[in-house]
Design a protein around this ligand. Sequence first.
Ligand code: NAD
Ligand code: TYD
Length: 355
Amino acid sequence: MRKFNNILVTGGAGFIGSNFIRYVFEKTDFKGRIINMDSLTYAGNPASLEDVAARYTERYVFEHADIRDKEAVERIFDEYDIDSVCHLAAESHVDRSIVSPDDFIQTNIVGTFNLLQAAKERDDRITLFHHVSTDEVYGSLGDTGFFTETTPYMPHSPYSASKASSDHLVRAYHDTYGLPITISNCSNNYGPYQFPEKLIPLIILNALEGKPLPVYGEGINVRDWLYVEDHCSAIWTVMKEAKASETYVVGGRCELRNIDVVKRIAALVDEFAGPLPSGAPRESLITFVKDRPGHDHRYAIDCTRLENDFSWTQTETAESGFAKTVKWYLDNNEWVKSVRTGEYRQWIEKNYEKR
Ligand code: NAD
Ligand code: TYD
């Protein structure tokens, strides 16, 4: 089992990063410090970690800094005596990558390169560099079969191509320089603090507000849904226990067509918030819209290796996880409102100076 003292988490103000930091402090035996390096793009929100910042004043540090900035990266490695990295910072939304791929190349590829270089130059004290990646690097499946650790890379979107590129760089730093690395490639996550541009939170909030529920194409594309805390436990397990150089795929064993996800979420919003003022079920808000260009048909993960090597397993099913998530968005009106109205950006500008 690896031991860490000062973990650099990049992208910790985002959806998975904020859940991961909370998970490590609250659900593991980690006794050290976490340094959260995040440039606070539209997807980063320090309010997602207000509770953690208040409770772990000695062990949680926030650094408002950009992984594209080499000097900032190096300063942070040295100032906090970083011995391990969990790298999540990325531009993460496929639709944005189609419209404007530039930041995806700079952050996901060049930013990852900056972190790897800094780690390599300090390899006498680096225990592990873990890269959080996606199953989208493997491309698209037909109606059968699964992605595994040996599936060849075949990314289609600028997002998945940039993540594939960063995976290759991370492996190259192991194979060439001996940097101790691990990689996890995960399926679609959902849960608290997800920015409402991704399918599930977008549908929850639009359903609540009585707005159209946009479904791309015919809604027959399939995703494998994983509750975010189950992803966090998988990342931590790999970081602690996997051999250096290893990759693990992580999935929910929960394949659903988009149209079925949207119908289930709409029904849960009806159940918890009551029907629309007209009395109609929220499913009636479903609107089929133009398909995403290059839309991958199906993602599905066979995570047998992770389950067998470490007895890791998912704790949530779609039934329990979707219900928990809908309740969270209903119960956290302040977070939702500030994200929905854009108020969180003004708050960040007032309170967070970039270093
Ligand atoms: P997110 O978009 O919610 O968060 C990304 C975070 O990175 C934000 O806080 C943002 O401010 C920060 N960031 C972006 N550019 C940065 C830069 N240049 N410097 C410093 N910080 C920067 O993303 P997420 O959904 O939490 O995803 C986290 C990681 O997990 C990503 O690497 C993504 O590729 C991967 N992943 C996500 C999913 C998913 O379903 N969300 C699935 C598999 C893998
Ligand atoms: P998304 O949450 O963007 O994740 P990803 O593209 O990384 O899988 O989308 C999940 C699926 O839902 C994907 O097949 C695209 C589809 N989708 C819609 O049908 N409507 C929407 O408004 C969004 C955002 C996504």
